[in-house]
Design a protein around this ligand. Structure first.
Ligand SMILES: Cc1cc2nc3c(=O)[nH]c(=O)nc-3n(C[C@H](O)[C@H](O)[C@H](O)COP(=O)(O)OP(=O)(O)OC[C@H]3O[C@@H](n4cnc5c(N)ncnc54)[C@H](O)[C@@H]3O)c2cc1C
Length: 449
């Protein structure tokens, strides 16, 4: 096959989903290529849940647009409670919405590399059908790893000062949980919990019907470790309820010293993550009240990769932008989420928060305030007609630690797809696009910018 498109989007995670829909809805002939059999990336293949907050600490809403549309589509199918969603229904919702927008969708196909000539990009793809090429005039890199931008020579950074990215986490869903019983323990042992700290009169039945995040069980983890029955790093377990009764998702395993751009490292991480998962499951059944009858519902199809390459762009978003709540005239996303870094060494969550590197380096905007992500973060330095969106945009490691969350990835994708289509309509490069034109279009599609 070979085709010619206005816009090609590489990677069908939440940023790629938003980019492809946005470009297609503005009339661009749009192609979306995804290596897996479904859209969603970390939100589906990685089982990541829930959507992290898109409000300020005082309740001002910061992200809307396609993110709101996604939530209401999930709600219509009874697949979201609060910020916690059903990742299987998510796959369906994402695919239907891109098809409705007229995007040409290709699963099971891996983007290999791009080359550029004066008029267009030539994308080399590989799949069960063999090698093929497509052409496009605007290239939006939503691969999470900057694969497309890097193949065109983009500059990037990875990880901390030693190049070590954040630890990976194999997420897994557990069913058969008696959540009310689990919350009784949580309520009665506040000293054992990082959160929540439930009051003695907490309405556990009501809490169990909603969405709750639980982290702790220090002594139980310690006892199991002493008995050689707990093989995951860290001092606590962390789970979040899913919309279906008795189902929770675990964000507890940690594998350090690995890079998501290395197949060898990914293999090592999947194997280690699965070993940790099995140890946690056995621990749950034996030690944790409410989990006696629990079972493994599913494990992530791909280990959760928090961070790989950060493509250097016209602006590099940093922790200072977060802490100083900086605003920009080309703001394409507002956010108040703090810097959140899981140590690249893979120690996991530790009890003493002062020793927890992630906490110690935490930066946040002042109470009630927010920071903004400039459009320039989506424009790779020295490359024209290429945009990057999602977790691989231009940022320092700490800046990335704040803006990598799903609502922001959707907002960035919406901006990238919109800019790609508008730049074609206006006959300019995305870099030369009038920011007011972009922001007006985003606002008219519900974005809070
Ligand atoms: C363990 C973990 C926990 C997290 N917890 C939360 C949380 O609680 N709340 C929150 O809001 N955020 C959380 N995040 C962050 C968030 O999930 C991600 O940053 C976000 O989903 C990234 O979206 P994306 O579209 O940029 O990238 P991805 O979701 O990584 O999507 C990239 C897509 O591109 C595809 N792809 C990559 N390369 C190629 C290629 N060469 N050819 C074809 N396809 C390709 C991939 O298959 C994938 O579908 C967490 C992340 C992790 C890993």
């Amino acid at each position: 096959m070979s085709g010619t498109y206005d816009v090609a989007v590489v990677g069908g995670g939440l940023s790629g989903w938003a980019a492809a829909i946005s470009a297609a809805r503005l009339g661009a002939k749009t192609f979306l290529v995804e290596q897996f059999a479904f859209l969603g990336g970390m939100a589906t293949a990685g089982l990541v849940n829930p959507f992290m907050t898109h409000y300020t600490s005082t309740g001002t809403k910061l992200v809307a647009g396609l993110f709101d549309e996604l939530q209401s589509r999930l709600a219509q199918l009874d697949a979201i409670i609060g910020r916690s969603f059903d990742s299987e229904i998510m796959k369906f919702v994402l695919q239907e919405s891109v098809l409705e927008a007229g995007v040409e969708l290709r699963f099971h196909t891996f983007f290999q590399a791009a080359t550029a000539d004066d008029y267009a990009f030539r994308l080399r793809l590989t799949s069960k059908s063999g090698e093929e090429e497509i052409m496009c005039r605007r290239l939006v890199d939503c691969s999470g790893d900057g694969d497309a931008a890097v193949s065109l020579g983009a500059e990037f950074n990875m990880g901390d000062a030693e190049g070590l990215p954040q630890a990976m986490t194999l997420m897994f869903d557990v069913g058969g949980v008696d959540l009310v019983k689990a919350l009784e323990y949580v309520r009665d042992h506040p000293d054992q919990m990082r959160f929540p700290k439930l009051p003695p009169d907490a309405d556990l039945s009501r809490l169990a019907k909603g969405v709750i995040s639980v982290a702790g069980y220090y002594d139980l983890v310690g006892q199991a470790r002493s008995a050689g029955e707990y093989k995951a790093p860290g001092d606590l377990i962390f789970y979040i309820s899913r919309p279906r009764k008795g189902e929770v998702v675990f964000n507890t395993t940690h594998v350090g010293g690995v890079r998501g751009t290395s197949a060898e490292d990914l293999t090592k991480a999947e194997i280690e993550g699965r070993k940790q998962m099995m140890s946690i499951l056995a621990f749950l059944r034996k030690y944790v009240p409410g989990f006696e009858e629990c079972y493994l519902l599913r494990s992530a199809a791909h280990i959760g990769v928090r961070e790989t390459r950060r493509i250097m762009g016209d602006y590099v978003f940093s922790e200072d932008d977060v802490e100083e709540a900086r605003k920009f005239p080309d703001c394409i996303c507002r956010l108040a989420y703090p810097v959140d870094i899981h140590s690249g060494k893979g120690e996991g969550y530790v009890k003493d928060e002062k020793k927890d590197e992630r906490q110690a380096r935490r930066g946040a905007p002042p109470a009630g305030d927010w920071y903004e992500i400039p459009y320039r973060c989506l424009l790779p330095k020295d490359l024209d007609n290429v945009l990057v969106a999602g977790k691989c945009v231009s940022s320092t490691q700490a800046g990335h630690g704040a803006i990598r969350i799903m609502p922001a990835c959707i907002a960035m994708g919406q901006a990238a797809g919109t800019a790609a289509a508008l730049s074609l309509q206006h006959g300019v490069t995305p870099r030369a696009l009038d920011t007011n034109v972009l922001l007006d279009a985003l606002r008219s599609h519900g974005a809070l910018v």
